[in-house]
Design a protein around this ligand. Structure first.
Ligand SMILES: Nc1c(NC[C@H](O)[C@H](O)[C@H](O)CO)[nH]c(=O)[nH]c1=O
Ligand SMILES: CC(=O)[C@@H](O)COP(=O)(O)O
Length: 158
């Protein structure tokens, strides 16, 4: 429902360093910049170290995360923006990027999905705005929660 607020979990606390890779598609540059600003602020607030890499479009984000899994990161933040055009390509970019991120998650990658899928540029702008819906920050928080969960169960097995 438009305007309905949702519950937000507190950020997890960590007793060891956390390294997070932000993978962003700056297909819509101003939107992407806002998403990265929001994600960085949330990672900073949790004391996590952030690195950023860029890929051309949303379809490349999951592949880049798959490649970067060899880099020793604890988590990943997937950022980008898909705006409906005239053809069915919108559905391909939205569905395939989302599905691939979900599959990586099921393999144990700690990923927050902040790829916006919208009808208009204005919808994207209010969602990316760090002082607005801050979806970049939300995706970073999601990644951190999965990192915390991974560490919790790793400890329980040790
Ligand atoms: N239309 C959008 C794209 N399309 C490009 C694809 O993501 C991809 O880079 C291309 O098909 C080459 O593999 N990407 C976005 O991020 N946002 C769009 O709205
Ligand atoms: C989401 C897209 O891929 C979109 O930008 C493509 O636009 P179109 O369907 O007009 O080619």
């Amino acid at each position: 429902m438009a305007g309905q607020s949702h519950h937000t979990l507190d950020l997890p606390a960590f007793d060891a360093p956390v390294r997070v890779l932000i993978v962003v598609a700056p297909y819509y540059k101003d939107i992407a910049d806002d998403l990265v600003t929001g994600a960085r602020a949330t990672l900073d607030a949790a004391g996590a170290e952030a690195e950023v890499i860029e890929v051309p479009g949303a379809l490349e984000v999951p592949a880049a995360i798959g490649i970067a899994r060899a880099g020793g990161f604890d988590g990943f933040v997937a950022l980008g923006c898909v705006i409906r055009g005239e053809t069915t390509h919108y559905d391909t970019v939205c569905n395939d990027s989302s599905r691939a991120l979900t599959l990586l998650g099921l393999e144990g990658a700690c990923i927050g999905n902040g790829i916006l899928t919208v009808e208009t540029y204005d919808q994207a702008a209010v969602r990316a705005d760090p002082a607005g819906q801050n979806k970049g920050g939300g995706a970073a928080a999601a990644a951190l929660h999965l990192v915390a969960l991974t560490r919790r169960f790793a400890k329980a097995r040790a």
